[in-house]
Ligand binder design. Structure first.
Ligand code: CA
Ligand code: CA
Ligand code: CA
Length: 181
């Protein structure tokens, strides 16, 4: 019981520390409370820098200031780096989740936010929407596998020049139940 109380307190603290979400909700909305997990299923493309993370960080900013989950840098042989945990490891039921993607391609850096719904940029649209419905999910990039279990099919943030193939970052996002005792 004590663990439950601690978990609730942590969840309240995490939520209180988060910036207000867009009124029309995030890219994903949780149904249950628990621990948020990310698993990279695939990556493609020729970006010199490709980064995926949680939230809507300020730009420009240092990598350490952002809630990055995965990144790779071609200067280091495209070696993927991943965080074991992210900065909002515990989520509540009904919580909105938004994400960002950074891409450097041909010496130009592009940033896309899923939260920028009202006035999306071309990068926002190509990354966080399936503009040509090639995935067949009705225009969303989120494939629903089950309750709080999704696969995101994301372009990189430079793809607005070239394609909407939704395959530069394929990421499994899911929530495991919070530990109970
Ligand atoms: Ca897309
Ligand atoms: Ca693409
Ligand atoms: Ca598409």
């Amino acid at each position: 019981m004590q663990n439950v109380i601690i978990c609730v307190l942590i969840a309240v603290f995490v939520l209180a520390g988060k910036p207000a979400q867009a009124q029309d909700g995030g890219l994903l909305t949780t149904q249950t409370a628990g621990t948020l997990h990310f698993e990279l299923l695939g990556t493609n493309g020729a970006a010199s820098w490709l980064e995926f993370g949680l939230g809507t960080p300020d730009f420009p900013s240092d990598l350490e200031e952002r809630g990055w989950v995965f990144f790779h840098n071609s200067q280091f042989g495209n070696q993927l780096r991943s965080h074991d945990t992210v900065n909002a490891g515990l989520v509540a039921a009904g919580q909105s989740l938004d994400f960002y993607v950074v891409t450097t391609f041909a010496n130009k850096t592009h940033v896309a936010f899923s939260s920028r719904i009202a006035t999306p940029t071309p990068s926002d649209l190509v990354v966080f929407h399936d503009t040509d419905n090639s995935l067949g999910f009705g225009g969303t990039v989120a494939e629903t596998l089950g309750i709080d279990d999704w696969v995101l099919h994301l372009d990189d943030a430079a793809s607005m020049c070239c394609d909407d193939d939704d395959n530069e970052l394929i990421i499994h996002v899911y929530i495991s139940p919070a530990p109970m005792s």
